[in-house]
Design a protein around this ligand. Structure first.
Ligand SMILES: CC(C)(COP(=O)(O)OP(=O)(O)OC[C@H]1O[C@@H](n2cnc3c(N)ncnc32)[C@H](O)[C@@H]1OP(=O)(O)O)[C@@H](O)C(=O)NCCC(=O)NCCS
Length: 172
């Protein structure tokens, strides 16, 4: 952990403890290991294609993390990464960011996805963004329910009937 950076503890009702903290470029190896633990379905829901290893585009993003354009948070389990949430500036006017979220099955179903989305929305508010937007597969009921619970506007993707566009505004 970098001195001075935030770290929040997460305690599940079954007693497990994790740390929510920012992602660092030197997390790459831990991210590669985390990717190998994902199911093909989790990978498809997050990345929209199948891959056996951490996609090169993600590796490049992690190596070149730019704090002015990117924010990423991980759930750290004694050095193993169990979940990642990230945002990336999407529009030239700097008002909207794309988000991504993945919570591994070992810790899903305990409210961590919601907590990470709220963290991203806080970060978006802190940066003065108008909205977070993301693409979610139309059959990803769990993620869509989570987004609805957070007040998202959900609309069809004009280019892909299998995908929905999700838009969330940070609290004013
Ligand atoms: C979708 C995803 C992010 C959800 O993460 P999660 O940590 O399970 O999310 P949450 O626990 O916050 O909410 C999910 C469910 O758990 C329930 N839940 C919340 N707190 C809970 C608790 N303490 N105990 C049990 N269940 C709980 C929620 O009510 C919700 O219920 P639902 O299944 O009826 O909708 C996760 O399944 C995932 O990463 N999927 C693959 C990748 C993906 O789809 N990414 C989204 C596209 S960017």
């Amino acid at each position: 952990m970098t001195p001075g950076e935030f770290a929040e503890s997460i305690r599940l009702e079954d007693g497990r403890n994790f740390v929510l903290r920012p992602l660092h470029p030197d997390d790459l190896e831990a991210l590669r290991r985390a990717f190998l633990r994902l199911t093909p379905e989790e990978i498809e829901y997050r990345f929209f294609y199948r891959s056996r290893e951490l996609p090169a585009s993600v590796q490049a993003q992690v190596r070149g993390l730019d704090p002015t354009r990117d924010a990423a948070f991980v759930v750290d389990d004694a050095g193993e990464i169990r979940a990642v949430a990230d945002l990336h500036m999407a529009t030239a006017d700097g008002r909207t960011a794309e988000f991504g979220l993945i919570v591994g099955k070992a810790i899903s179903g305990h409210g961590i996805g919601k907590r990470l989305m709220l963290k991203l929305l806080d970060e978006a508010g802190r940066r003065g963004l108008a909205a977070l937007q993301g693409s979610v597969r139309a059959d990803n009921g769990r993620m869509l329910d989570l987004c609805r619970e957070l007040g998202a506007t959900i609309s069809p993707d004009p280019d892909d009937a299998g995908v929905l566009c999700v838009r969330l505004a940070p609290a004013p």
